[in-house]
Design a protein around this ligand. Structure first.
Ligand SMILES: *Cc1c(COP(=O)(O)O)cnc(C)c1O
Length: 390
């Protein structure tokens, strides 16, 4: 019997190594990776220059402590500020931690304005993590059931509904912020309308509310821009990052600008491991290699090709409801639950994911080439057709 806590329904495979967009298991079987560890392995597996940078850093310094200056943090904060437009960064180790920092920042902002019970507007179908505050912000009963009492201070509204947002903000004088994913990941690859986001920005400004974008999944080039909010031409006050930021090394960030800048002082927040030199090197090198390989533009181009090709190949199937998403964050929604497809794809040498019961989710590494894209279509389309025939 396993001594692991039973927190995952795992596929019956264990990988031993990887290279680029392929993983190999203990029996020597090779799999095309169209999941990237859920949007984590930006540079694919065992990228030689990435491995060299990590190896070099590991041989110099792994951890010191945030009671000292950490030069690698200052460098990464500069790189993120230049690309996001948000001038300040706090570093942590995961997405939920980045969101915890954002939620604390919003509450702190409220208290500064004399609001004793600050509330944050959140979206239906949102996913923000599994700590108590972030699962309370999440819009999925399965994530919350059994863990009540939930953390108070969240007001839920449907996404892409400006009237619902405005009436929630009007009815609740305690509202200090709105938190959202520009492209919802776990919730089924739903895009927030760029017009909705731009108008939300305007309405937040009118009421001096913080706009918090959870870019843990949709950020770091995945949608074909550095950050998904950039498709709407806006600047949030707070942006959270993790998943793809370190290409497989755990690292998260909470960026702040606008009304959220300059709020925290020493003692307000912290992390033992957050911002350690190894994680900072992983993120810096990820950004450098994304830029030298032009991977953001590449994600936009190869993602558009995949979306179009899947839509064309599946258009005659009435049980394929929609092919949607942006860049290399794609969803194929079927008319019925399709979790079984994950195992069928695995048996065919392909790694995919199903979220929200009926949505096939594709999150390949950003180094996914044309050859891999063709192979993905050639493998997945017949699997979907066979599945829908069953
Ligand atoms: C995965 C995810 C999180 C949680 O990240 P962890 O690193 O698992 O804590 C938060 N928000 C979004 C949008 C995510 O996709």
């Amino acid at each position: 019997m396993s001594h692991l806590m039973n927190t995952y329904n795992r596929q019956p495979v264990a990988f031993t190594h990887g290279r680029g967009c392929y993983l190999t298991d203990g029996e020597g079987r090779v799999y095309l990776d169209a999941l990237a560890g859920i949007a984590v392995n930006t540079l694919g597996h065992a990228h030689p220059e990435f491995v060299a940078a990590l190896t070099e850093q590991a041989g110099k310094l792994l951890h010191v402590s945030n009671v000292y200056r950490v030069a690698e943090q200052e460098t990464l904060a500069d790189l993120l500020a230049a690309r996001s437009g948000l001038p300040e960064a706090f570093f942590c180790n995961s997405g939920c931690e980045a969101n915890e920092a954002a939620i604390k920042l919003a509450r702190f902002y409220g208290h500064r304005r004399g609001i004793g019970n600050p509330a944050i507007i959140v979206m239906e179908d949102a996913f923000h993590g599994r700590t108590l505050a972030t699962l309370s912000a999440t819009g999925n009963a399965k994530v919350q059931d059994g863990f009540e009492p939930l953390v108070p201070g969240f007001i839920r509204v449907p996404y892409n509904d400006l009237e619902a947002f405005s009436s929630a903000a009007r009815d609740n004088p305690d509202v200090v912020a709105v938190m959202l994913e520009a492209v919802q990941g776990e919730g089924g690859v739903h895009m927030l309308d760029p017009f909705y986001l731009a108008e939300l920005r305007r309405r937040c400004d009118e009421r001096a509310l913080l706009l918090i974008c959870d870019e843990v999944q949709c950020g770091m080039g995945r949608t074909g821009k550095w950050f998904a909010y950039q498709h709407a031409g806006i600047f949030p006050d707070v942006v959270t990052l993790a998943k793809g930021l370190g290409s497989g090394i755990p690292v998260g960030a909470c960026l702040a600008g606008g009304r959220a800048a300059g709020l925290f002082c020493p003692g307000n927040h912290g992390s033992t491991f957050g911002g350690n030199p190894l994680a900072m090197t992983a993120a810096r090198k990820t950004i450098e290699l994304m830029e030298s390989g032009d991977l953001v533009t590449h994600a936009a181009r190869i993602g558009a090709w995949l979306k179009e090709t899947f839509a064309f190949a599946l258009k005659s199937l009435p049980d394929v409801l929609e092919v949607r998403g942006q860049g290399l964050m794609l969803g194929i929604e079927l008319a019925r639950p399709c979790g079984a497809l994950v195992g069928q794809a695995l048996a065919a040498g392909l790694l995919i994911n199903v979220t929200h019961e009926r949505v096939i989710r594709l999150l390949p590494p950003l180094v996914f080439g044309e050859r891999e894209a063709k192979e993905l279509v050639e493998k997945l389309v017949p699997l979907i057709k066979d599945f829908l025939k069953e």
